[in-house]
Design a protein. Structure first.
Length: 217
């Protein structure tokens, strides 16, 4: 995959599972589409920020562990597989509410977020969703494992930039798609559809883990 496509897959992997923030975003869109668009942008900005930080640090870490590079890739793959397994294990066919469940860890939001952020101006909503998304450490861990394992690939400026563009665009498009869905549907997304977002999102994470694990040490 090119760095841009790799970034797009990484962005979708972290954004697609419908966790607490996705639920809040759908609820926001059902009430105020304008503020929901600002909220979606805030979530995507945090995803991009974590990816940028990891992309800047990952190649440096990889360059200092080159003698055991294969083992670092394997450890990173194990972290990603653990994230995917935890998310898939927590995927349950429950109605979409404002309450988080244990399977929402890799979605861009905190597990304890509840309620709906309504009645706020777009700028305040953007800031609120940035703060709520940023306090979830799983997203940071996800990108750290991913970029450390691909340090050599993302070491050049153009490759790293293309990766980040892919992450940002994929995450933003997914979040804005949820806004469109919420504003048009005006009703809760089905439990079955929600479970499939977990399967698709964490499936991408697992596939990424297998890709970087081989060849084995």
């Amino acid at each position: 995959m090119t760095p841009a496509l790799a970034g797009a897959a990484a962005g979708l992997g972290v954004a697609m599972p419908m966790g607490a923030m996705s639920v809040l975003l759908l609820q926001e869109a059902m009430r105020h589409r304008r503020t929901a668009m600002a909220a979606a942008t805030g979530i995507a900005v945090v995803d991009l920020g974590y990816a940028a930080l990891a992309t800047a640090v990952g190649p440096w870490v990889a360059s200092h562990v080159s003698p055991v590079e294969a083992w670092v890739r394997l450890a990173s793959a194990a972290v990603l597989l653990a994230i995917a397994a935890h998310g898939l294990a927590g995927a349950r066919a429950k109605p979409v509410t404002g309450e988080a469940d244990p399977g929402t860890a890799a979605a861009a939001g905190p597990a304890g977020a509840k309620g709906s952020v309504t009645g706020l101006r777009p700028a305040r909503t953007f800031a609120r969703y940035v703060a709520l998304t940023a306090i979830n450490p799983t997203t940071a861990l996800y990108f750290a494992a991913l970029t450390t394992a691909q340090g050599a690939t993302l070491g050049s400026g153009p490759a790293g930039a293309a990766f980040l563009v892919g992450v940002g665009v994929a995450s933003l498009l997914w979040q804005q798609s949820l806004v469109t869905l919420g504003s048009l549907a005006g009703a809760r997304i089905s439990a079955t559809a929600r479970v499939w977002t977990f399967r698709l999102g964490y499936g991408l994470v697992a596939a990424y883990a297998l890709k970087i694990a081989f060849p084995l040490p």
